[in-house]
Design a protein around this ligand. Structure first.
Ligand code: ADP
Length: 599
């Protein structure tokens, strides 16, 4: 009953194994997918940040170049403050703006003019060939600033000549900052006076102050008093940034450039080229950064474009998910098939055990009666001598075969009891010497080609044991010694007490056991190959049962053999202690000892 219950539990547990495998492998798949997704995300973010940094660096580097170039222009005026239009033209021409400074609208010089100098400047400029020169807008003010040179002299730049940038508050703020700090200063967003066409770009200007005698005045008052004018550059923002980034048809990132710290549409300087399908596209990353250009803060809003995702190496996660799911399902199917196969095999083994158990029980009853009657008949025939010699031999054979059959069935029944967990030993104090004598006497009668010798002490040796089970052990070992010595020969049974233990050795000169079989000898259904080779029949249960009985007595069993020369089986049992305590069986220890002894 107990056996059935635990089998049911095992089966129920086994049923869940494939599902556990599925859950574990699929969870691992999900973990791996999540990990790969996260690391893909991280790589993509790094890539994005890298590209943002690159474009920011490009803008900063280009503007730095222009500012250096403007500083160069201030040097020109340091050498000679009366530079005329032709000299300025020649200087700028040498710079080769389209080649070395693409995207720049021009380089100019804006001169500071006091009201007393106004007329002289207009005359001078007209003398230099600009016949319609005037300072505009025209109204009286304490200080004028006039663009007197602006190269290259294209139609846009020509429109700016004479313009007083100081009259516009946005430009003026930058000019004052440049003047007062002595540093380059960029203006806020403006529409340049050069925007003479219908489509106007946003723009800005960078000013570098030029002081009298080309020195940096120390104080603010001196700076304001000594200012000659500004070297400056007007920039059309779209032209400038397209010049920096070229015309990418599939940009990976796009950006909007705003003047000021906040991205606000009225301060938009430039919107970079976006992918054609950018409106329907949801960018994976967006970031807003700021940068400082000639003392002015710009904000840049960057967003990824479809080409960004296409360029990424991503997309591994779906494959991992798919492959992991497939592997999980395959493992599930395989494990389930194995569990089912195992359950079926266990069921088959159980059916076999039940069959053996039932069959043995059913055989046992008629056989006991057969054996009893055969023995009775034999005793009677021997007593009254009525049966002729030949019939007597037949009855003896019947009795002997019935006894062997009985022993086989007992073995089978014991085996099923062990499997079912119902095998027990019933220990009582008994004299092992008497028990061995009894078994030897019984065995002697059936021996003809073997000589059985017994070496045993005279005095009793008391063990706590189950008489029937220990008898079984001795019978098993002696009948094996007989069976595996097919050509007859001596069999020695030795009993010797030692240090609280008694050892029983059964020694034969039979076929022996191959060394490779020794470690498996006590496993159920194991038979050494030489036994089969010599056609000696058997079931491979006897030694398994013997070891079970011995270990339940707190003893050990070992074997020593050389193939072809016979073998020695040694059983060690604990002698009963004087106090009468039973030694507890110690299977783990016993097994270890057995293995050691086998080795
Ligand atoms: P069975 O004898 O029915 O096959 P056992 O469990 O009694 O089963 O023995 C297991 C195996 O051990 C035997 O098949 C045989 O190969 C080997 N064996 C047992 N006793 C001896 C022995 N005295 N001599 C040689 N081989 C033996």
């Amino acid at each position: 009953m107990r056996w059935e219950a635990s089998t049911d539990t095992q089966q129920r547990l086994a049923f869940w194994i494939p599902y556990c495998v599925l859950i574990v492998t699929w969870s691992l798949t999900m973990l791996a997918t999540a990990y790969i997704t996260a690391s893909d995300q991280m790589t993509a973010r790094l890539r994005f940040e890298n590209q943002v940094q690159q474009s920011q660096d490009s803008i900063a580097a280009r503007l730095e170049t222009y500012i250096s170039m403007l500083r160069g222009v201030t040097g020109l005026f340091a050498a000679n403050s009366d530079i005329d239009r032709d000299q300025f033209h020649a200087y700028v021409e040498r710079l080769d703006l389209p080649r070395h400074y693409p995207g720049i609208q021009g380089i100019g010089f804006s001169k500071r003019v006091l009201p007393s100098e106004h007329g002289a400047l207009v005359d001078a400029m007209r003398r230099q060939g600009i016949l319609d020169f005037r300072i505009w807008p025209e109204y009286v003010r304490p200080e004028y600033h006039a663009i007197i040179y602006l190269e290259p002299t294209d139609r846009r730049n020509r429109a700016a000549i004479g313009y007083d940038m100081f009259s516009d508050p946005v430009r003026r703020a930058a000019m004052e900052r440049a003047r007062d700090t002595g540093q380059p200063a960029a203006s806020g967003r403006v529409v340049l006076v050069q925007e003479i066409d219908e489509h106007k770009q946003a723009g800005f200007l960078i000013y570098v102050p030029i002081y009298r005698d080309n020195r940096q005045p120390a104080s603010l008052t001196e700076k304001r008093a000594d200012l000659i004018g500004f070297a400056y550059s007007p920039f059309r923002a779209d032209d400038l940034l397209r010049g920096i980034f070229g015309s990418q048809t599939h940009p990976r990132i796009a950006f909007q450039l705003y003047d000021g710290t906040e991205p606000s549409s009225e301060y938009l300087l430039h919107q970079s080229r976006r992918a054609p399908d950018a409106d329907t596209y949801q960018p994976s990353f967006t970031t807003t950064t700021t940068m400082t250009v000639a003392g002015r803060t710009w904000s840049l809003v960057y967003t990824t474009q479809p080409a960004f995702e296409q360029a990424g190496s991503g997309g591994l996660a779906p494959f991992v998910l798919l492959a992991g799911t497939l592997i999980s399902v395959v493992l599930f199917v395989v494990t389930r098939a194995q569990v089912m196969a195992r359950t079926e095999a266990e069921a088959a083994v159980r059916a076999r055990d039940i069959f053996l158990s039932v069959a043995s029980h059913e055989l046992k009853t008629p056989l006991t009666s057969l054996l009893g009657n055969a023995q009775l008949l034999l005793r009677r025939a021997l007593a009254d001598g009525t049966l002729p010699q030949r019939e007597q031999r037949s009855v003896r054979v019947i009795a002997e075969q019935a006894r062997r059959l009985n022993q086989l069935i007992t073995t089978l029944l014991d085996h099923s009891r062990i499997q079912a967990g119902r095998f027990s030993v019933n220990r009582k104090a008994l004299d092992l010497v008497a028990l061995v004598h009894q078994v030897i006497d019984e065995s002697q009668t059936s021996l003809s080609e073997h000589t059985l010798t017994l070496e045993i002490p005279d005095e009793p040796l008391i063990v706590e044991g189950d008489a029937l089970r220990l008898e079984q052990v001795l019978q098993n070992l002696i009948s094996n010694a007989v069976k595996y010595s097919p050509r007859g020969g001596p069999i020695l049974v030795q009993v010797e007490p030692q240090d609280g233990w008694v050892s029983i050795h059964v020694v034969d000169r039979g076929i022996g056991i191959p060394a490779s079989s020794l470690p498996h000898l006590f496993e159920q259904f194991y038979r050494a190959p030489n036994a089969d080779a010599q056609h000696i029949s058997g079931m491979g249960i006897g030694l398994y049962l013997t070891r079970e009985i011995v270990t339940r007595h707190g003893g050990t069993i070992a074997v020593d053999s050389i193939e072809g020369q016979g073998c020695t089986f040694s059983v060690r049992l604990p002698l009963a202690s004087p106090s009468g305590d039973l030694r507890q069986p110690t299977p783990a220890h016993v097994h270890e000892q057995t293995q050691n002894e086998l080795a």
